[in-house]
Design a protein around this ligand. Structure first.
Ligand code: COA
Length: 711
């Protein structure tokens, strides 16, 4: 009999030997699973009564693949490759029954089986490229044998899973199962034995096509945007090419390439971000709950741009929304805007009209604040004005049951002060949604001084409902992201303009570094007036010495608001998006520099990138030191998911670690000597550099410092 506490169970149903992977939450193929499977296979093949082996899974997915946590240490127990060898060479047929997801090593395990069945809702993929890894358990060798090199290359380069139906049409699975997978799989196994179907090793198949240069460049071209600045794709091509070699040779080539990819900086960075994104939702001193409060109905106050976007985000997540605004006309406008936003998604083929109809039917409008009372949470999204927001929050507080969460959507105002405008500041927090609120990935959850842990726990749950990546921030100037952008990255970019660089040079240098868009183009896109307004609010919290965004603010004064007015840091012709240099802006910058006695000179691209990134890192260290962010990895998540920092460089703090903190501190001192006292390393950065430590180590030590409850 099988032992249900094990990661793998083995049962015999007549002549079918059934191996079941049961390793929640994602059936990762860790040491226990591999060992359990090896033992089960030995047991099955040693029993002459067993004529066929079925591999299946408990839970909602077949397997998310190799256990990523094992990648950094010495691998113990049988390897996945050894296990696959046993499966492929088994004397009886081995059948994989795939439900949910079969990803990475999970799919590679199935590729080594002799037959594959997939439930119609299953998805199959090799997402390793998103982690900077080349599939290393036969994926690059067996997949081309089953579906051809060209299709395999496409699947591995895209990293996106395909549906069961698509897998069937490509020849990746033998049958798609509509009904109960388990019963159908047992039936399939019995029929197979009845028909005399034997083992069918994938390695014995011949690859039907070769990759010629035109196919390779077409495939790389199709993913060029997603893979900008990356290197894994070149390794993928090399590995898939090797599939036409005899299997033993090809698999050896794959192993060498996969190991190389695993050791690459790119992969370390991408894996860091993967775990950082999952870690950011876990917060010290916030209670882990066995059940979460219901978030079925949401009230949003303020039918402006943010309110509309937030309403769409909740409707997309299947929740009912009441959008409240005392201006009837604003509600009508909002309905039209939401409809037109959805219509453009339909036009682009992203969603179907029925889905839109269903989502819009979940959003209703009201002019009465009392409509809030039936909601599970309330989000205030009125104009960014302290007094107005205080009034709305105070009214909400009196109308809304006192145990429910009230969030304020702000990017600048003090959550502590806003909370104190209510009688229950413990239930008030900030939700900093990014534009567009329904599509952006990041959500900053801002904790005021009095915000309770329970309220934070609810907000983290809300982020999960919205499928957004949440980071908890303290209540300071610009929270985590905008503080680092304004005091660090963008400020330095402006400084470089004053000292002699041109907007196009600064943007090009940072785009070359890996940002999708340089800072000046970002400002023009978002609107220079928007930045000016944000800063004016922030100055009410803290002032900043001149020069601080003197160029952007002057552009706002001149009505050069960016793309929307056809002129900003650049010129835009006929409503187009191409940023053209503008001599007028050059003159304006010269004047502003002269007024401040700043001598202009020719500046190299290297200096531009170094100064902008060092400034970003340094403010990141300040944000950590002040407790605004609690983990360096949280800062990395904010910057990679919300501000376009290249993911394959791991985020600013991870990138600082790869440069070495002693080097980072040395370069900051160098700029202090050259440019003056505003260049000063943060205390935390100096301390870690002096100890030859890193932000990663700092994060780890802090984790250890959290008391572990007794068992
Ligand atoms: N190895 C180890 N742990 C893994 C894992 C893997 N391959 N895949 C997921 N996990 C862990 C996550 O870290 C998370 O752990 P936590 O609860 O301690 O934070 C947990 O499993 C759940 O994952 P999560 O991503 O939060 O759940 P989800 O339902 O949103 O997504 C997946 C599930 C499988 C789609 C997603 O986790 C994923 O893409 N995993 C990586 C798959 C992959 O790249 N496989 C190839 C490996 S070479």
């Amino acid at each position: 009999m099988s032992d249900p506490s094990k990661a793998v169970t083995y049962d015999e149903l007549g002549f079918v030997g059934k191996i079941r992977i049961d390793n929640p939450p994602v059936n990762a193929l860790n040491r226990e699973v591999r060992t359990g499977m090896a033992e089960a296979l030995t047991q099955a093949t040693a029993n002459p009564r067993v004529k066929v082996v079925l591999i299946t899974s408990a839970g909602s997915m077949f397997s998310a693949g190799a256990d990523l946590k094992e990648f950094d240490g010495q691998l113990a127990g049988p390897s996945l490759q050894q296990l696959q060898e046993t499966i492929e060479m088994a004397p009886v047929p081995v059948v994989a029954a795939i439900s949910g997801l079969a990803l990475g090593g999970g799919l590679e395990l199935a590729l080594a089986c002799h037959y594959r069945l997939a439930h119609k809702s299953a998805k199959l993929g090799l997402p390793e490229i998103t982690l900077g890894i080349v599939p290393g358990a036969g994926g690059t060798q067996r997949l081309p044998r089953l579906i051809g090199s060209r299709a395999a290359l496409e699947m591995i380069l895209s990293g996106a899973p395909i549906t069961a139906a698509d897998a069937k049409s490509k020849g990746l699975v033998d049958e798609v199962i509509e009904g109960d997978l388990h019963d159908s799989a047992i039936k399939f196994c019995k029929q197979l034995v009845h028909d005399g179907g034997g083992p069918r090793p994938t390695r014995d198949l011949t690859v039907p096509d070769r990759l010629d240069e035109s196919v390779i460049s077409e495939a790389l071209g199709a993913h060029a945007r997603a893979l900008r600045g990356r290197t894994t794709q070149t390794l993928v091509v090399e590995a898939v090419k090797a599939a036409t070699l005899p299997f033993a040779q090809g698999i050896a080539v794959e192993a060498a390439i996969a190991n190389k990819s695993l050791a690459s900086r790119e992969s370390l960075a991408l894996r860091h971000v993967f775990f950082a994104e999952r870690e950011s939702g876990k917060v010290e001193a916030v209670p882990e709950r066995s059940t979460q409060p219901e978030i079925e109905r949401v009230a949003i106050v303020g039918a402006g741009t943010m309110g509309n976007g937030i309403a769409m985000a909740f409707a997309d997540a299947g929740r009912s929304v009441t959008l409240i605004d005392n201006d009837e006309a604003a509600l009508t406008r909002s309905r039209d805007i939401i409809r037109s936003n959805y219509a453009s998604s339909v036009k682009r083929g992203r969603i179907r009209q029925e889905t839109v109809d269903e989502r819009t039917s979940r959003i209703s409008g009201s002019t009465k604040l009392s409509a809030v009372s039936s909601a599970d949470i309330a989000i205030e999204a009125v104009f960014e004005d302290m007094d107005l927001k205080k009034r709305v929050l105070s009214d909400l507080d009196s109308l809304f049951p006192s145990e429910r969460l009230i969030a304020t959507n702000t990017s600048t105002l003090s959550i502590t002060e806003l909370g104190r405008a209510t009688a229950h500041p413990g239930r008030v927090l900030g939700l900093h949604f990014f534009v567009p609120a329904h599509a952006s990935k990041l959500l900053e959850i801002v904790r005021g001084k009095e915000t309770s842990s329970d309220t934070i726990a609810t907000a983290l749950h809300v982020a999960k409902v919205l499928k957004k990546i949440a980071v908890v921030s303290g209540d300071g100037f610009g929270f985590i992201g905008n503080r680092m952008m304004l005091d660090g990255y963008f400020r330095e970019a402006e400084q470089l303009l004053l000292e002699g660089a041109s907007p196009q040079q600064v943007d090009a240098a940072l785009e070359q570094f890996g940002f999708a868009m340089g800072p000046q183009r970002v400002s023009d896109l978002g609107g220079n007036d928007v930045g000016t307004k944000v800063r004016l609010q922030l100055y009410k919290r803290e002032s900043r010495p001149d020069p601080y965004f003197v160029i952007a603010d002057r552009l706002t004064e001149l009505g050069r608001l960016g793309q929307k007015t056809g002129r900003g840091f650049y010129r835009y012709q006929d409503g187009g998006r191409d940023a053209l240099p503008d001599p007028e802006v050059e003159k304006l910058i010269e004047t502003l520099a002269r007024e401040r006695g700043i001598a202009r000179r020719k500046i190299g691209d290297e200096e531009i990138v170094e100064r902008c990134i060092l400034a970003l890192i340094n403010v990141g260290a300040l944000v950590l030191e002040e407790g605004i962010a609690s983990r360096a990895s949280d800062v990395d998540v904010v910057w990679t998911s919300g501000y376009g920092f290249p993911r394959h460089l791991g985020g600013p703090m991870f990138y600082a670690d790869t440069l070495g903190l002693a080097h980072v501190a040395r370069r900051i001192w160098h700029y202090q000597e050259k440019l003056g006292p505003y260049w000063r390393p943060a205390g935390l950065l100096e301390k870690l550099a002096g100890e030859n430590s890193s932000f990663e180590q700092w994060d780890r030590q802090r984790k250890r410092a959290i008391p572990t409850p007794a068992a």
